[in-house]
Design a protein around this ligand. Structure first.
Ligand SMILES: *Cc1c(COP(=O)(O)O)cnc(C)c1O
Length: 388
């Protein structure tokens, strides 16, 4: 029996060929030909003003904290239901994450709670698009404009998702993507910063190049190449960009395929929901998103633990998501909450993610659904999953 887990790495096209080309080109540091091709692809597909590859989404978030000029004591409003990097990027600059609750339908920041969390120290809002499902961007853009705040999208999971026809990552001042091997489009480790406000482009290029004007120098816009600002090494090698470009060329195909896997899961999960043994949130029930995460809620946390253990015996790795940041050791130390985080606590206690990966077969999905039906003593769905 093969082990079923979330986010197994895969190749779809010319990844290895492009890597060998990068080697033969004799350019392995960053910002070579493949990096430029990735930038052009991202700019065209998302409509951002400038895309810059980074070595991770974490790095892109850290760049936004520098670009937003976060100073010690500045506050950044964000959900607690997210990955540590969303908060860490700002804490590294002395910022204070202010956690607000999420919506029970999308698991995204509750836009109606944001305004009340704003204080004179608030500098930015971070919108995290969970499972590639959009936050209420119009409302968040409006709040950010009225209060003169910087809006950052943690779009780590949201590549090729959109809100009202406009790509996620292109709504805020900045968008941050991840190409970690657990995400939809991968390069092992990898990410990108999308810049939607051209005033920030030049400084972003400097921050990404160790605080130097090297990028401008190579474009013949500066006569010397020297240390001009804060910065670090945030750019990936051409080997990473070569692999990534092959994935980007196939991005639509990859996401279509993941959505077909998610649809195969859906009939079975809906059937369990009809029998009252699991709960699908509104966005999971309507199959929103980009096929990044397949999840449901158990009735109780105890049931979730028992289920995860049972599935593990059958080599099916189901996991929970997330341990909320506000009650984590570092969250307690570096952040604060605004209001109660009742939805966050409830959802994170009951959410189960099911295995999904590019090479998952219909038979694998059947195996997971049968294991679930058996655990819940439920009747399996009669909707057949077609073999492909
Ligand atoms: C994966 C993820 C990150 C981190 O991405 P890396 O590329 O691994 O740094 C940040 N935020 C969210 C919401 C994520 O899912």
């Amino acid at each position: 029996m093969r082990a079923l887990t979330t986010g197994k790495p895969f190749i779809v096209g010319r990844e290895l060929y492009y890597i060998s080309q990068a080697v033969l080109n004799g350019w392995l540091q960053g910002d070579g030909n493949f990096t430029r091709r990735c930038h052009a692809w991202l700019e065209k597909e998302t409509g951002c003003k400038k895309a810059l590859l980074t070595h991770s989404c974490t790095a892109a978030l850290e760049m936004t904290a520098i670009l937003a000029d976060i100073q010690p004591g500045d506050e950044i409003i964000m959900p607690s239901f997210t990955f540590s990097s969303t908060a860490n990027a700002f804490v590294l600059r002395g910022g204070i994450p202010v956690f607000v609750d999420i919506r029970p339908d999308t698991l995204n920041i509750d836009e109606n709670l944001v305004e009340a969390a704003i204080t004179p120290r608030t500098r930015a809002i971070v919108a995290v698009h969970y499972a590639g499902v959009a936050c209420e961007m119009k409302k968040l853009v409006d709040i950010a404009q009225r209060f003169n705040l910087i809006l950052i999208e943690d779009a780590a999971q949201a590549i090729l998702s959109s809100y009202e026809g406009k790509a996620l990552g292109s709504w805020g001042n900045f968008g941050c993507l991840s190409f970690h091997e657990s995400k939809n489009i991968i390069s092992g480790e990898g990410g990108a910063l999308l810049i939607n406000d051209s005033r920030y482009i030049e400084r972003a290029e400097i921050i990404r190049e160790k605080g130097t004007n090297r990028t401008q120098f190579f474009r013949h816009e500066a006569s010397k190449y020297t240390w001009v600002d804060l910065g670090s090494s945030f750019l990936p090698s051409e080997l990473i960009a070569a692999f990534l470009f092959a994935q980007l060329e196939n991005a639509r195909k990859i996401i279509r395929h993941r959505l077909s896997i998610a649809r195969n899961y859906h009939a079975g999960l809906s059937h369990l929901q009809e029998q009252g043994v699991i709960e699908l949130t509104a966005s999971a029930d309507s199959l929103q998103g980009n096929g990044h995460i397949v999840y449901f809620l158990t009735r109780t946390p105890e049931e979730r633990s028992a289920l995860i253990a049972k599935l593990k015996e059958q080599e099916i790795s189901a996991v929970f998501h997330y341990l909320p940041l506000h009650s984590s050791p570092a969250g307690l130390r570096f952040g604060r909450t605004h209001g109660t985080l009742r939805v966050t606590d409830d959802i994170s206690n009951r959410l189960v993610r099911l295995p999904i990966f590019f090479e998952m077969r219909p038979a694998d999905v059947r195996r997971v659904l049968n294991a679930l039906a058996s655990f819940f003593n439920a009747t399996p769905s009669k909707t057949a999953i077609p073999d492909d």
